[in-house]
Design a protein around this ligand. Structure first.
Ligand code: NAD
Length: 247
């Protein structure tokens, strides 16, 4: 295992849920974490908690749909810590709805954040990691990158895309590790933006059995802690209950 102490880890969507839990866990393990999201008040509070506990953290406002904002985020991390080792491309949204509701603005937001946001992250970090000769890009897909359910079509499409992008990138590089994290239902703020009542009901049902964001964070720690020559390509994580495995 490589100790994460040596790593500078950039996390998108770090203001809540899986991103926040990962920032706290990795900082506790000694990593230098750089938090990005749009809600800077939250980032400031999380960063203060981490530094007060003796960890190393910095934050910057970030909108993953804006390629320049993502580039500035990477430059900020380089300025703070001199290098970047891991990009956790984690920001995402999930405004589920049936197609017939024609919530086309929400479809566009899903594609812009979940797909183009990940591509913006790759575009900003790849030249830096290529120049360093090393690095790791971890993208958050979902169990929704492996199966589709009604009201989830566009969201699942975005996660199938994240999976395909990750797999394509992995095959093109022998110096940068590429990992896809595919969590099942996790208790976070995701889905707070659902405007369709039937989809909101489905999510509530699914959340009956769900992972904690800390459990997902521990898989990120595992992936980055492997020796340089080992690339954990993908992890699918589901909660297991007395009724079997959840979605
Ligand atoms: P969350 O809503 O708590 O976190 C998502 C984060 O992304 C938030 O910090 C949000 O502010 C940020 N974000 C949204 N749009 C952004 C933008 N344009 N620029 C920068 N940041 C932005 O939910 P979460 O569950 O922690 O989600 C994290 C990732 O995990 C997402 O990609 C999500 O699709 C994925 N995921 C979640 C679940 C689940 O059940 N919660 C399951 C599988 C995959």
């Amino acid at each position: 295992m490589t100790h994460p102490q040596e790593k500078v880890v950039l996390i998108t969507g770090a203001s809540s849920g899986i991103g926040e839990a990962t920032a706290r866990l990795l900082a506790g393990e000694g990593a230098k974490v750089v938090l990005g999201a749009r809600r800077t008040d939250r980032l400031e509070a999380i960063t203060s908690d981490i530094t007060e506990a003796g960890g190393s953290a910095a934050f910057q406002a970030l909108d993953v749909t804006d390629a320049q904002s993502v580039k500035r985020f990477v430059e900020f991390a380089q300025g703070e810590y001199g290098r970047v080792d891991v990009l956790f491309n984690n920001a995402g949204i999930m405004p589920l709805s049936p197609m017939s509701a024609l919530k086309t603005d929400e479809w566009n937001d899903i594609i812009d954040i979940n797909v183009k946001g990940v591509l913006n992250g790759i575009a900003a970090i790849l030249p830096v990691m290529e120049a360093q000769g090393s690095g790791q890009i971890i993208n958050t897909a979902s169990t929704g990158a492996h199966a589709v359910a009604g009201t989830c079509g566009v969201y699942c499409a975005s996660k199938y895309a994240v999976h395909a992008i990750s797999e394509g990138l992995r095959q093109e590089t022998d110096r940068i590790r590429v990992t896809v994290i595919s969590p099942g239902v996790t208790t976070t703020e995701l889905g707070h933006d659902i405007t369709d009542p039937s989809a909101a009901g489905l999510l509530q049902e699914l959340r009956g059995a769900s992972l904690s964001p800390d459990a997902v964070a521990s898989t990120v720690l595992y992936a980055i802690s492997q020796p340089a020559g080992v690339d954990v390509n993908e992890m699918i994580i589901r909660t297991v209950t007395s009724h079997g495995h959840a979605f």
